[in-house]
Design a protein around this ligand. Structure first.
Ligand SMILES: [Zn+2]
Length: 296
């Protein structure tokens, strides 16, 4: 395959992906870059399928396209436009709203929204790289536009637990999860999914965290002083996330997907290289995410 892209410019993208064919070819190479194995019988020999971007097992004749079993599965519009959506979502610093994609690509807004949800699914943390070093954890309510006006705990607000990993240069990574309550089991399962046992975890004195020091060896609970002065990086991260959410998405209906999108981009802010490719690889490795799964 080709050399790693630095941050891929729109011009480079357009040169590289001029037709549907270019996209299928790219997916085919990406999907089987570690070699071909038949999904049905495990055979590793294949011949060309119905077209250049499908492969057929030489033993059981099972036919598989480059998009089958990926997030491009059953894409109802041009694969080239689907690539554009991945490109815009991955390269735009702030992300891009489905209305804007609709205008740029001449697709229905709903079509863009739906496909973007799939891209956001691919942005979900793989949980393969646990946070280490200094990690702060806190919860916050995320709500509609007037969230401050209504008070902290009402109606359309959702509770989110957030973890940030810090080093001398600032906040390196963040993760967040929508949780039903601030009980220890919800906080704990999120923290165990994302934070190393040996990290220097810091939380406030909320009782939900109490039992977790048994799991996290270096955990401390610190009283949160007024206006969160001792958790100021955390407060800044949460504030910026909320500002972004208000600016781009205007709603908390699919909050977890938005948190995934925001965190994905945030966690790569220091490594601009290969974001598009990384996301493409995730699109190809992820199981199909259907409309039904999205709206539930
Ligand atoms: Zn086979």
């Amino acid at each position: 395959m080709e050399a790693r892209y630095k941050s891929l410019s729109l011009f480079e993208f357009q040169e590289r992906f001029a037709t549907d064919n270019d996209c299928y070819q790219y997916l085919l190479e990406l999907k089987w870059k570690e070699g071909y194995t038949c999904q049905k019988c495990g055979n590793t020999k294949y011949c060309r399928g119905l077209n250049d971007y499908s492969r057929q097992c030489t033993k059981c004749n099972y036919l598989e396209s480059a998009t089958a079993g990926t997030l491009f599965h059953k894409c109802k519009f041009s694969i080239l436009k689907a690539f554009y959506i991945v490109y815009f979502v991955s390269t735009d610093k702030k992300g891009i709203a489905s209305t804007e994609l609709s205008r740029k690509l001449e697709l229905r807004q709903k079509t863009c929204w739906l496909f973007k949800q799939k891209v956001m699914k691919a942005m979900e943390s793989s949980q393969a790289f646990l946070m280490v070093g200094k990690v702060d954890v806190d919860e916050t309510y995320v709500g509609q536009q007037d969230e401050e006006a209504i008070g902290r705990n009402e109606g359309k607000k959702k509770l989110v637990v957030v973890a940030i990993e810090k080093n001398g240069r600032g906040v390196m990574r963040m993760y967040g999860r929508v949780i039903p309550t601030a009980a220890g089991k919800h906080l704990g399962s999120f923290m165990k999914d994302h934070i190393s046992k040996d990290a220097d975890v810091r939380t406030d004195k909320w009782s939900g965290y109490n039992g977790l020091s048994e799991y996290f060896n270096n955990m401390v609970q610190e009283k949160s002083v007024k206006k969160g002065k001792n958790f100021k990086e955390m407060h800044r991260v949460i504030m910026m996330f909320k500002a972004w959410l208000r600016g781009v998405h205007h709603s908390v209906k699919y909050l977890q997907a938005y948190i995934n999108e925001y965190s994905y981009r945030f966690n790569r802010h220091l490594m601009k290289e290969g974001i598009f490719e990384n996301l493409m690889l995730r699109m190809v490795k992820s199981q199909p995410h259907t409309y039904k799964m999205i709206i539930n």
